[in-house]
Design a protein around this ligand. Structure first.
Ligand code: SIN
Length: 194
């Protein structure tokens, strides 16, 4: 059973309703943009790596069979590329609902593609949240992803859309691309057997 972080996030940052806040997205927030924003810019954050170590019980899996989605892991020297959105503060209510399965809003510095910097918020699920699945090899993660599906769709769609969006942004992520390649092989081996 996963802990719902919606209420905790609502209390975390006192944002004035008329404030405009930068949101750094590194997972589905890059390619599934169902929230209003004023501006979006490719951006990166330092000291974090993207990993498919978080469970998804509400979007890409179920309570019985959670999927795997990305979170950020503290890693000195690492750079994680994504997309930043300038949003009006009330939009965080909708975002907190979407990211409620273990993610907490965290303040972060971000660097835009032109070198300019801003401070904003990102959603991170840490190892102490109840939906955490943790480390596994890229092959094990690929197998897991191939067997999960939730209300937002198949788990492999999440990964494939993310890999494609990262490519469009010119971002290389060895972890994501290796899982993508294993999924391709698992799928073609399955097709061969049919
Ligand atoms: C994000 O995209 O920034 C957070 C994780 C997700 O919603 O997939």
């Amino acid at each position: 059973m996963s802990k719902n972080t919606f209420a905790e996030n609502q209390l975390r940052h006192a944002l004035d309703d008329d404030a405009q806040v930068w949101l750094f997205g590194y997972g589905s927030l890059i390619y599934l943009v169902d929230f209003p924003y004023l501006e979006s810019r490719p951006a990166s954050i330092r000291g974090w790596s993207r990993r498919f170590w978080q469970g998804s019980h509400d979007h890409r899996g179920t309570e019985e069979n959670p999927g795997r989605v990305v979170t950020l892991i503290d890693e000195p020297g690492a750079v994680c590329g994504g997309l930043a959105y300038l949003v009006e503060a009330p939009v965080f209510r909708q975002l907190d609902h979407r990211e409620k399965n273990g993610y907490l809003r965290v303040a972060t510095d971000m660097t835009f593609a032109d070198g300019a910097q801003a401070t904003g918020l990102t959603y991170i699920a840490t190892s102490d949240n109840e939906a955490w699945l943790g480390e596994a090899s890229e092959y094990e993660i690929a197998l897991h992803i191939c067997g999960a599906e939730g209300p937002s769709g198949p788990n492999d769609e999440y990964l494939l859309e993310l890999a494609s969006a990262l490519r469009k942004l010119g971002q290389h992520d060895a972890h994501v691309f290796e899982i993508e390649s294993h999924i391709g092989q698992i799928r073609s081996a399955g097709a061969d057997r049919r």
